[in-house]
Design a protein around this ligand. Structure first.
Ligand code: NAP
Length: 432
């Protein structure tokens, strides 16, 4: 037998487990570890709650988890509960699929003020992540600002702008639904340090802003260069830019009370009481944002910084400070130690991008230790014995099914589930 540990049960982890299971069949055991008793990582805690069709990919992960040869060990936090060195002793290969759950820093004055919230925290709050369930973002003002021009910035702006009836059918947690319903925020300014042609927003997500019940996008036609320049953009980007152009041409729908304002060439330089101080930029020859020295204020009593994520460093694992990910070569960190997904590439790409990523690392493992070869490593049994000495009780996929049933039963009408937002509540649902 071979024994493999995959750390993290998000898309990267499950696609790797699937590929290893396919390659080795019943000649290897693949343990998928997660610090929480619930699986799916980014799919549960990151994907927007009003994008249920994207979350349906979890069915595929269920199939992997149900395969003979794959086990889920939840409630095991690699680091405090078991070290990487111990895992490498117990398993033939260890694959880190821990994602990129930390917010990158803006590096501007006022960033530590309480009204400045990273998108990982804000998204975690409305998605019921236990670390952020108690966040209480300041939603009491009329203006919010979202910094960044990626899809996560769009998610945050959209969730702030949707009505209760638009949100209630998804799996947004009740505490967020109720707080957002009461919020008087009516202007959400999305700050992009570069221009409309440099956005990192995809057409489907951008297009949604044109169909909101009571919110309307506001785009300034003066921000665009001549349309002929769009020809050099790749097709997806061209589509996104043409959507922005349509928003600019049609102008805001004045019958809608919430405005989602795209403020381009706007680089935040400080957050002060009730406002973001922004410097006007132009594009330099390399396409970077160059400050012009002209500043102005954007009113905001809530500021969401959505400028990308990083992977937390782990003891004993070489780390790329600049890239905010593990130092690796095509997923290989060291002998028998690998990484996949955002921990490998940085926070880019869609959920599906993680599939070839996991397959590639599984293929490397396969070539280093061909199916049919074996080792004396202790695998699952050894890990469970070690954890027992530390009073750590792993949960399995049947436990998750029981939690899932309770979450489904607790759902408000029309919603697929009401998530538990505290580790204790998950364990209580299991009678622990
Ligand atoms: P992202 O796509 O990398 O966007 C980050 C944005 O932050 C960029 O616009 C970047 O501008 C800006 N930025 C970076 N540093 C900044 C600074 N110091 N000041 C101001 N702006 C700054 O990251 P993301 O939005 O977090 O998304 C992560 C990944 O998840 C992406 O691949 C995204 O497509 C994916 N995602 C997909 C979906 C979906 O498919 N529905 C939903 C959410 C996320 P510059 O371009 O100027 O650097």
């Amino acid at each position: 037998m071979r024994h493999f540990a995959v750390v993290g049960s998000g898309p990267g982890g499950f696609y790797t487990a699937e590929a290893l299971n396919k390659a080795y069949g019943d000649t290897a055991r693949v343990d998928v570890l997660d610090r929480y008793p619930v699986p799916y990582g980014l799919v549960r805690f990151g994907v927007a709650p009003d994008h249920q069709s994207l979350k349906a990919v979890s069915k595929r992960y269920d199939t992997t988890a149900d395969s003979a040869g794959v086990d889920f060990l939840g409630n095991v936090c690699v680091g405090p509960d078991v070290s990487i060195a111990e895992l490498l002793d117990l398993y033939d290969a260890v694959v880190l699929a821990i994602g990129a759950p930390h917010d990158r820093k803006l590096g501007i004055a006022g960033e530590d003020r309480p009204e400045v919230i990273g998108s990982a925290a804000f998204v975690g709050w409305y998605n019921g992540h236990p670390e952020f369930a108690g966040l209480a973002p300041p939603l009491g003002g009329s203006h919010a600002a979202v910094i960044g021009n990626g899809n996560v910035a769009l998610d945050c702006a959209r969730i702030l702008s949707k009505t209760r009836s638009e949100l209630a059918g998804g799996d947004i947690v009740n505490h967020a639904l109720e707080a957002l319903e009461k919020s008087p925020i009516r202007t959400v300014t999305i700050l992009g340090r570069r221009g409309p042609l440099q956005i990192s927003m995809t057409p489907k997500e951008l297009g949604e802003l044109g169909h909101l019940e009571s919110a309307t996008p506001v785009v300034d036609p003066a921000d665009f260069p001549p349309v002929e320049g769009d020809a050099v953009l790749e097709p997806g980007q061209r589509k996104s830019v043409s959507l922005l152009r349509e928003f600019a041409t049609s102008g805001p729908d004045e019958s809608k009370e919430t405005r989602i304002v795209f403020d381009f060439f706007a680089k935040p330089v400080a957050v002060e009481d009730g406002k973001v101080v922004v410097e006007r930029t132009t594009l330099d020859d390399a396409g970077r944002a160059a400050g012009t020295g002209e500043t102005y204020d954007v009113p905001a009593s809530l500021v969401i910084s959505s400028i990308g994520y990083s992977t937390p460093p782990m003891e004993g694992v070489p780390y790329d400070q600049r890239g905010g990910k593990f130092l690796n070569e095509n997923g290989k960190i060291a002998d028998r130690l690998y990484c996949v997904g955002w921990a490998r590439r940085g926070p880019t790409g869609t959920i599906g991008t993680n599939r070839p990523d996991g397959q590639e690392v599984a293929a490397q493992i396969e070539s280093a230790m061909p199916p049919g070869s074996s080792s004396e490593r202790k695998g699952t049994g050894g890990l469970k014995a070690l954890l027992a000495t530390r009073n750590v009780m792993p949960t399995d996929y049947d436990d998750w099914r029981r939690i899932e049933q309770t979450e489904t039963a607790n759902a408000r009408p029309g919603s697929p589930r009401e998530k538990f937002v505290r580790v204790e509540d998950w364990l209580k649902a299991l009678g622990r």
